[in-house]
Design a protein. Structure first.
Ligand code: ADP
Ligand code: ADP
Length: 226
């Protein structure tokens, strides 16, 4: 079953040059899809268009088989994890995790249930009363992950979520994120410029270069290309 479909998607910021050029792509429900390519090739732009944070200048975006080009972000039923985590410094871990549910008016009892379940699953139960500045980089990353999981959105978009962590923690979190994605049956679009992340995490990988699709396929087929 298709979850996200890009049909001839293009993007121009200045009405002259295309930073993305006629991208065609179809991502299935429950698939872990990795978008890889050098800095500036258009990965974040593509992700932001799926999220509704960036206007689409050409082509059609479909979510669950419905045209979504102008669907408001809050109606897209997705969560997003950013490279810098985007945590609120004055809020506790608990408040950061629950912020989006307050906005969506999920009732307090349901919030509590999801909070406990998520904190347990991600290993944050002991840290709920702390502020972001009292956490390590890896713990902050977990809070960002928890905020995404607690939304229970079936589609998750991650933009270089591990690039601020050291190598050991990155390796650990690669496994952790895959485990969560499988357990929850999430559709994932995961942006990275790290080949190892792409090869070890992706069910399928798309290589972008200068706004164009260079290759799409399973890790093993890409790896065997000359
Ligand atoms: P990546 O995520 O692969 O590093 P981006 O999507 O951030 O690439 O950027 C793709 C291209 O679009 C780059 O040339 C970048 O400078 C340009 N770009 C990104 N965001 C904007 C913006 N808000 N306004 C103008 N140009 C932008
Ligand atoms: P990334 O890590 O995705 O490459 P960047 O540092 O390129 O992120 O971009 C960070 C922010 O700056 C984004 O919100 C992007 O839209 C904006 N941006 C990137 N390139 C440009 C540009 N050429 N003009 C204006 N804004 C830009």
């Amino acid at each position: 079953m298709k979850h996200v479909e890009l049909m001839d998607i293009s993007k121009s910021y200045d009405k002259q040059t295309n930073v993305l050029d006629e991208i065609n792509l179809s991502i299935n429900k429950g698939e872990f899809f990795v978008l890889v390519g050098p800095s500036g090739c258009g990965k974040s732009t593509l992700l932001r268009m799926v999220a509704g944070l960036e206007e689409i200048t050409g082509g059609v975006l479909k979510l669950n088989d419905e045209v979504a080009n102008h669907l408001p972000p809050k109606n897209r039923n997705l969560s997003m994890v950013f490279q810098n985590y985007a945590l609120y410094p004055h809020l506790t871990v608990e408040q950061n995790i629950l912020f989006g549910l307050d906005v969506k008016r999920v009732n307090k009892k349901e919030q509590k249930r999801r909070l406990m379940e998520t904190a347990e699953m991600i290993g944050l139960s002991e840290l709920l009363k702390r502020k972001p500045k009292e956490l390590s980089g890896g713990q902050r990353q977990r809070v960002a992950l928890a905020r995404s999981v607690v939304s229970e959105a079936p589609l998750c978009l991650m933009d270089e979520p591990l690039s601020n962590l050291d190598a050991k923690l990155r390796a650990h979190m690669r496994v952790e994120i895959r485990r969560l994605q499988r357990k929850l049956g999430l559709t994932m679009i995961y942006v990275t410029h790290d080949q190892v992340e792409a090869m070890t995490m992706g069910d399928r990988i798309m290589v972008l270069n200068d706004g164009k699709v260079q290759q799409v396929g399973k890790p093993i087929t890409l790896y065997n290309e000359p």
